[in-house]
Ligand binder design. Structure first.
Ligand code: DQA
Length: 144
């Protein structure tokens, strides 16, 4: 089964949105790097982005049967969404939460993520490299 890589709101603007915080790579660059890293582990990637909370919930539910593990950057929904947290909690697959920036060094409202309590691993502040590190972790987790 492929890995599911989910990106939340505004990550479609990656590369042009606040590059001093999020870097200059686009989401398409991140997709290529993530796919290449997964291919090195013999894994395929289903890479998606949505600005809509309910669509992300639908996709997380799909992973219960269709994906080996989930890498998610819930973006702003990290800090607000009990629905995404509950969907992840029901998924029964390894979950890694990735933030490009170090949310703990930023505004206080970013310090808490509802997702972290249900994620198995959390990566923040490693830039877009966090996606590749997350794939490495997931590859080991799905092998277990
Ligand atoms: C983010 C951090 C969030 O606080 C923010 O809302 C994002 C991106 C990150 O990748 O650093 O949109 O998840």
């Amino acid at each position: 089964l492929p890995l599911l890589v989910l990106n939340g709101p505004n990550l479609n603007l990656l590369g042009t949105r606040e590059p001093e915080i999020y870097g200059s790579d686009t989401l398409d660059d991140v997709r290529s790097r993530t796919e290449a890293r997964a291919a090195g582990h013999g894994l395929a990637v289903d890479f998606r982005q949505s600005n809509h909370e309910g669509e992300l919930v639908d996709w997380i539910q799909e992973a219960r049967t269709s994906h080996a593990g989930i890498l998610i950057n819930p973006a702003a929904y990290s800090h607000t969404s009990v629905a995404i947290r509950d969907a992840l909690s029901a998924v029964g697959r390894p979950i890694v939460e990735v933030h490009i920036s170090n949310i703990h060094r930023r505004e206080p409202f970013r310090h808490h993520s509802h997702v972290s309590a249900v994620a198995d691993a959390v990566i923040a502040g490693a830039g877009v490299l966090g996606y590749e590190l997350g794939v490495d972790w997931l590859a080991a987790a799905v092998r277990r």
